[in-house]
Design a protein around this ligand. Structure first.
Ligand SMILES: Nc1ncnc2c1ncn2[C@@H]1O[C@H](COP(=O)(O)OP(=O)(O)OP(=O)(O)O)[C@@H](O)[C@H]1O
Length: 306
């Protein structure tokens, strides 16, 4: 019997900062991933989503801040890497063309001393057992992404970091892969981070949604509230432009790099239709916008909450 409480925190990041020379890719990001929950991190290109995933995967070291796995600081990186697995955007680049699917899945099973068979792993991601003998070029994009997910599962992880896992797949098969991730979340009680630029998919797929802009998380809460009653002016713009994913909110104005220089205050101030004078100088605190834990980092709500 699985005794893991349903929403137990698996991975917790506190005040993560990552600076590359002059670019502050991630500024003060705090996020909790819970077992049996999907958490979406939504934002446009350059907002810092992938850097957060790489920090959480410990592929890059934070400039400051800390990461706790099962409530503890990371001591043994090897054990951490087993428990926290990543699925990347490009299923064509993530598999080696000269090796069979069996080879790709046998290696992690051996490394992590698992008794599961390759066929059982394939079954978990709804692929037939005879796929083990195939080569990556014989598989569709969706099938390759399922193999990539099976490879992550081979480590028996607690956390799955999925960076735009369906954005390179044909629209018609995206839902199937997202439903597979939902099924794994339920059955294996995985904590899933779902990184996407598509806020509409977050409503369907994620329990909680966090919205990122300019390296900061500007809004968070349960997905239904965040997507149906967005509070932050940036989230509101993101949702207005959502029916047309090609239409970027930030592209309407200047490129992101120009506004990444707002050293204090709200990163969104240069583009915000509701900007106030203090937005330029003081970073807005996280403020609850309803009684269910939905919050926004925006001065509009600070007085209302006081
Ligand atoms: N290795 C690096 N060196 C220098 N700058 C970097 C590096 N990695 C990321 N950045 C910068 O950090 C910022 C955030 O990048 P990141 O890739 O995390 O954004 P993103 O939201 O995931 O975008 P995308 O969806 O395009 O991947 C960008 O301005 C990017 O140019």
């Amino acid at each position: 019997m699985n005794t893991v409480p349903y929403f137990e925190a698996a991975l917790e990041a506190k005040g993560l900062v990552k600076t590359y020379k002059r670019v502050r890719a991630v500024q003060d990001v705090s996020i909790v991933l819970r077992r049996g929950r999907v958490t979406a991190l939504v934002g446009e290109s350059g907002s810092g989503k992938s850097t957060v995933a790489k920090l959480l995967a410990r592929l890059v070291e934070p400039t400051s801040g800390e990461i706790l796995l099962d409530g503890e600081k990371v001591r043994r990186v090897r054990e951490y890497r087993r428990k926290v697995q990543m699925v990347f955007q490009d299923p064509f680049a993530s598999l080696n063309p000269v090796h069979t699917i069996r080879y790709h899945l046998t290696r992690p099973l051996k490394i992590h001393k698992r008794t599961e068979t390759v066929e059982e792993l394939l079954q978990r991601v709804n692929l037939p057992p005879d796929f083990a003998a195939r080569y990556p070029h014989e598989l569709s994009g969706g099938q390759r992404q399922r193999v990539a997910i099976a490879r992550a599962l081979a480590a028996n992880p607690e956390v799955l970091l999925a960076d735009e896992p369906v954005s390179m797949l044909d629209v018609s098969i995206r839902l199937g892969v997202l439903n597979l991730l939902l099924d794994l979340k339920e059955r294996l009680k995985l904590a899933v981070l779902y990184i996407t630029h598509d806020i509409a998919s977050a409503r369907y797929f994620a329990d909680e949604t966090f919205v990122m802009y300019g390296g900061q998380i500007v809004e968070g809460g349960d997905s239904e509230s965040v997507t149906q009653r967005p509070a932050h002016p940036y989230t509101q713009l993101l949702i207005e432009s959502a029916p047309d994913p090609e239409r970027s909110v930030v592209a309407l104005d200047a490129p992101l790099e120009e506004t990444a220089e707002v050293s204090t205050g709200c990163q969104f101030a240069p583009r915000c239709p509701k900007v106030q004078s203090r937005c330029w100088s003081e970073a807005p605190p996280r403020t609850e916008v309803d009684s269910c834990g939905h919050w926004a980092a925006c001065w509009l709500y600070v007085e209302a909450a006081a």
